[in-house]
Write a protein that binds this ligand. Sequence first.
Ligand SMILES: Cc1cc2nc3c(=O)[nH]c(=O)nc-3n(C[C@H](O)[C@H](O)[C@H](O)COP(=O)(O)OP(=O)(O)OC[C@H]3O[C@@H](n4cnc5c(N)ncnc54)[C@H](O)[C@@H]3O)c2cc1C
Ligand SMILES: NC(=O)c1ccc[n+]([C@@H]2O[C@H](COP(=O)([O-])OP(=O)(O)OC[C@H]3O[C@@H](n4cnc5c(N)ncnc54)[C@H](O)[C@@H]3O)[C@@H](O)[C@H]2O)c1
Length: 471
Amino acid sequence: MKTRKTEIAIIGAGTAGLSAYGIVKKSTQDILLINEGLYGTTCARVGCMPSKVLIQAANDYYRRHQLKKQGIHGGDNIRIQTDETLQYVRSMRDYFVSFVLDTIDSIGDRNIQGKAQFLEPDTLQVNDQIIQASKIILATGSTPVIPEPLESMRKKDNSRVLTTDELFEQQNLPDSIAVIGSGPLGMELGQALHRMGVKTHIFGRSRTVGGLSDPDVIAYAIKNFQDELPLSYTQELCYSERGDKIEISWEEENKSRSIQIKKVLTATGRRPNVNGLRLEEIGVPFDEKGIPEFNPETMQIADFPIYIAGDVTSELPILHEASDEGQIAGWNCTHEVTAFNRRTPLAITFCEPNIARLGKSFRALEDGTYQTGEVLFDSQGRATIKQENKGMLHVYGENGSGLLLGAELAAPAGEHLAHLLSWAIANKMTVFDALAAPFYHPVIEEGLRTCLRDLAKKIDSERDGLEIQFK
Ligand SMILES: Cc1cc2nc3c(=O)[nH]c(=O)nc-3n(C[C@H](O)[C@H](O)[C@H](O)COP(=O)(O)OP(=O)(O)OC[C@H]3O[C@@H](n4cnc5c(N)ncnc54)[C@H](O)[C@@H]3O)c2cc1C
Ligand SMILES: NC(=O)c1ccc[n+]([C@@H]2O[C@H](COP(=O)([O-])OP(=O)(O)OC[C@H]3O[C@@H](n4cnc5c(N)ncnc54)[C@H](O)[C@@H]3O)[C@@H](O)[C@H]2O)c1
């Protein structure tokens, strides 16, 4: 076998791997990028981007129900041609993927297509080549998890049980579907399919939505979604084949229920791609979840010359974190190993209303150390004008100082509110500082101000009502 030496080898040409590549190439051109399978990244090919294109089409179509109130007629006659929508999703997907492919092309013969496996901590096998590298970055991403009964069904007929990696490849949508999982993916895609006219039932196991942990916001959001579409929670689902349909039965509130649907979409999480890399054979330590032990501030795996980045860590499986981790890994492979600050946590689920979690989640707060500001958007001015007046926002502030700690929300324009709040937290603002910032009228951010006012009152009821500060 031929041996090729390189300073840095990066395994995985996804967001994390390419971000690492961008940093490494500032220090050395002696890099190899190794990628198995299709190029284009999970984000652009099957993830963030095609899902947002589908959601946009679904929400635009769904908007027809609200037009009549405004004196706009003809909405009832609008129809969606879902095969064309899927074609459009794929064409937009190809557009986003094309930018990634241009980057890959520019890498030339430093890019190798094939599956990498470790032989030694500094040695890989890829196809029939041995690659020796001073440092290696592991950025192999993740794969959808398929719960066991569905995996067996899929083995018999893989057209009935879809993963999110396959949804956008469908030529058309089925007339009915069950979406398994009420996490970010289940809620985003389940609501979009429902809004496109597919008879959709979403199933969750733990009583939460889109990754929320605050019980009040969860209860509000679940009720709101249940007003729009079937969303059930149960510990166990039974699947059986009934002709060209799948019957799903379950227990809910002490009642037996069942439905028959054409297809199932699994949105039950993603598993990090660590299997088959032979990491165990080279002595890499694993934690109890089966992830290599690494330092999140340096991304180094124990004291190995191996760095890890992106969804393969399973810690923060979202795009901007994958990109940051790639940068940290890339930097530390080419410089003295340095600890990096991580950003204020921010996670958004693009269902309507948007769900978001930022800063400290409710689950991470310590009892007795904080107050919660609350607002409902049901009568908020601008949200009402936009006919988007559904939502709840909780902002957490530290007792005494009023330092903003975190927030959870299911709210209109939640993606923007979450950014404002996470930037305020990153800048260590108190609730009083935030209230001194400008709020235009009439905007949805005025709802955020109502929430901050509620929090400020709970932190310091003695403080006078002045929000602008003395010079
Ligand atoms: C439907 C969906 C919607 C999403 N929406 C959002 C969103 O709106 N916002 C957000 O922030 N995040 C979103 N995400 C998450 C986001 O897409 C991921 O966090 C991000 O793409 C992870 O990038 P990565 O580089 O770790 O992995 P990937 O992009 O998957 O790259 C890993 C690469 O490694 C390759 N590989 C694996 N094993 C090997 C091996 N042994 N040898 C060589 N190559 C290998 C893979 O083939 C792949 O090309 C979404 C995900 C999905 C699935
Ligand atoms: N907008 C975003 O930022 C965004 C969007 C989509 C996905 N992502 C990322 O992609 C990853 C995958 O998303 P996801 O929603 O698939 O995963 P997830 O792990 O966040 O949620 C999966 C949900 O499925 C439930 N579940 C698991 N097994 C089940 C079963 N057998 N029956 C019923 N329910 C079951 C879990 O309880 C959980 O609520 C996430 O880690 C997320 O961070 C991000």
